[in-house]
Design a protein around this ligand. Structure first.
Ligand SMILES: Nc1ncnc2c1ncn2[C@@H]1O[C@H](COP(=O)(O)OP(=O)(O)OP(=O)(O)O)[C@@H](O)[C@H]1O
Ligand SMILES: [Mg+2]
Length: 304
């Protein structure tokens, strides 16, 4: 699950995307938001051009948690890699805190489904890998100790990855991603490899961490319930494969009502779950009223 700090990865040499305007207004007027303007990504393949993402206009407010759901292959990981600065849009602009991205950004950390810890290092030393370059020894030790405590691993600091459970390894990876106090945390199916109970615990842990160290979070998930439990907003992407050349990637935006921590049994969340599943093409035996009758949630539809 939670894995690499891509901000430590070797970044491709990325020049600004067409239309880059470094002096643009910060997202939602707040300092560390993320803003995408008309972002598109296509790949040249043997059969021609494969349009994966198109016409994406999205804002993540500073400190907001936004979940991304959508069918397999619709471009969720591609979107995450673009915001991480590991890839660049074919057109459009991505800004963090008002500055156009030109590559990886030290304010951003990203983590994937697999923990990707270094097997020969203790958990403590794996977490320390995420510290910003130039961190002093004492300061670094304190930060790592604090993070291990935050993810409930203070007792396991000296253990190596093969000596811990999958959930513990993921918690260590999360701590590593948090080590530089990222302003933007990008998570690609962070709990996908975990058993159901550990997954629920990790969701709560992520929310505790967010409460303790507020950061803007974009989380990709296949689990609609997870999206609704974690996020302030859920973005539903559509696959462009079956769509015409004018179709845009964003199909729906659901504003999740209420404040966290949420009640997993909340009636409105159950309605929204059905509504999102329906948007994913999954037939349920419940009828959805969330989009029409709920007084507390808002869904914005984007026709293709
Ligand atoms: N470097 C690349 N070159 C060519 N095609 C690519 C490249 N990266 C991604 N794609 C294609 O883009 C599409 C979207 O891939 P992506 O990994 O973003 O999907 P996803 O929504 O994350 O899917 P999943 O839910 O299965 O993880 C896929 O068809 C994939 O083959
Ligand atoms: Mg993916």
């Amino acid at each position: 699950m939670i894995g690499d700090m891509t901000s430590t990865a070797t970044a491709p040499d990325l020049s600004p995307a067409p239309g880059t305007d470094a002096d643009a207004t910060p997202a939602r007027g707040r300092p560390n938001g993320v803003r995408l303007d008309q972002v598109a990504r296509s790949f040249d393949i043997a059969q021609g051009r494969h349009d994966v993402l198109r016409g994406l206009d999205v804002e993540l407010g500073s400190g907001e948690i936004v979940a991304v759901v959508g069918p397999s292959g619709c471009g969720k990981s591609t979107l995450l890699r673009l915001i991480a600065g590991l890839d660049r849009p074919s057109s459009g602009v991505i800004r963090i805190g008002g500055t156009a991205l030109t590559g990886t950004d030290p304010r951003t950390a990203v983590a994937f489904q697999e923990p990707r810890l270094l097997p020969w290092r203790t958990l403590e030393k794996n977490v320390a890998l995420g510290l910003p370059r130039g961190t002093g020894r004492t300061e670094g030790r304190e930060r790592v100790r604090h993070l291990l405590q935050l993810v409930g691993l203070e007792h396991a600091a000296e253990l190596r990855p093969r000596e811990v459970s999958g959930g513990m390894a993921q918690r260590a990876s999360l701590a590593r991603a948090l080590a530089r106090s990222p302003e933007v945390l990008l998570l690609d199916e962070p709990f996908g490899a975990l058993d159901a109970l550990t997954r629920l615990r990790m969701q709560d842990l992520l929310l505790e961490i967010h409460a303790a160290e507020p950061t803007t979070i974009l989380v990709v998930t296949h689990d609609v319930e997870e999206a609704l439990y974690l996020a302030d907003r859920v973005l539903l992407l559509r696959s462009l494969r079956e769509e015409g050349p004018e179709a845009r990637s964003l199909a729906r935006v659901v504003d999740v009502p209420g404040t966290r921590p949420r009640d997993r049994a909340d009636h409105t969340l159950a309605e929204l779950r059905v509504h999102l599943l329906e948007g994913l093409g999954v037939t349920t035996h419940q009828t959805t009223t969330a989009s029409t009758t709920s007084t507390t949630s808002t869904t914005t539809e984007f026709p293709s």
